[in-house]
Ligand binder design. Structure first.
Ligand code: CUA
Length: 179
C-alpha cells in the first residue's frame, strides 16, 4: 500500500468519525432545545432533618392537591420503608406534578407502565411532571435498595377519570389501598 493510499484512508475514516460525532451532538441539541427532553434534573435543596415541620412536606400537606390555578401537585415523602401517602389518586388526561423527598436514605420513585422514574435523594426535592392517558392502577415500587424493608416499600397510583375525580372543597383528594 502506498503512502498516498494510507493517507486517503485515514482522511476518509477521520471524516466519518467527525460526521458521527456531529450527528450525535445535533441529536442532543435538537432533543434538549427543540423537543425539551431532559433527564430529571430538578436541583432544589431541602433540609432532610426537619421535613415534619417543613410547611410543604408536613404530614398534613402530603398527597394530591388541586391548586387554585387548577394544576395538580402530588407531594410524597419516601421513608424507610414506606411512601407517605401509600395511595395516590391522580386525574386522567391532566398534567400532574410530583414532588418527592426523603428524610433518611436514597429511595427510588417509579410508576410502573409510565415514563415516571427518578431517584429520591435526601436533601433534595425530586420533581417530575407526567400525564396519564388511561384510567387504572399503577404500582409504584421503590427501586433503590434502601434497607431490609426495601421490597415491602411500594405505593399505588390510581388514575381516576372524570366521574371518579372528586377533590374536596380545599382541593385535596385521597384514596385507600384495597384490602
Ligand atoms: Cu425505599 Cu427501597
Amino acid at each position: 500500500m502506498s503512502e498516498e493510499t494510507i493517507r486517503r484512508s485515514e482522511l476518509m475514516w477521520g471524516a466519518i468519525a467527525a460526521f458521527a460525532v456531529g450527528i450525535m451532538a445535533a441529536v442532543i441539541v435538537v432533543s434538549s432545545f427543540a423537543m425539551a427532553i431532559h433527564p430529571p434534573s430538578n436541583v432544589e435543596t431541602i433540609d432532610p432533618t426537619t421535613l415534619n415541620t417543613n410547611s410543604e412536606f408536613a404530614e398534613s400537606n402530603l398527597g394530591t392537591r388541586v391548586n387554585p390555578d387548577g394544576s395538580v401537585t402530588v407531594r410524597i415523602v419516601a421513608t424507610q420503608f414506606e411512601f407517605l401517602p401509600r395511595c395516590i389518586p391522580v386525574p386522567k388526561d391532566r398534567q400532574v406534578t410530583f414532588r418527592v423527598t426523603s428524610p433518611d436514605v436514597i429511595h427510588g420513585f417509579l410508576i410502573a407502565g409510565t415514563n415516571a422514574n427518578t431517584m429520591v435523594v435526601p436533601g433534595y426535592v425530586a420533581q417530575l411532571r407526567t400525564v396519564f392517558g388511561t384510567a387504572g392502577d399503577h404500582l409504584m415500587p421503590c427501586h433503590e435498595f434502601c434497607g431490609l424493608g426495601h421490597s415491602e416499600m411500594w405505593a399505588l397510583v390510581k388514575v381516576l377519570d372524570g366521574a371518579q375525580w372528586k377533590p374536596d372543597s380545599s382541593g385535596k383528594i385521597s384514596c385507600e389501598l384495597p384490602r
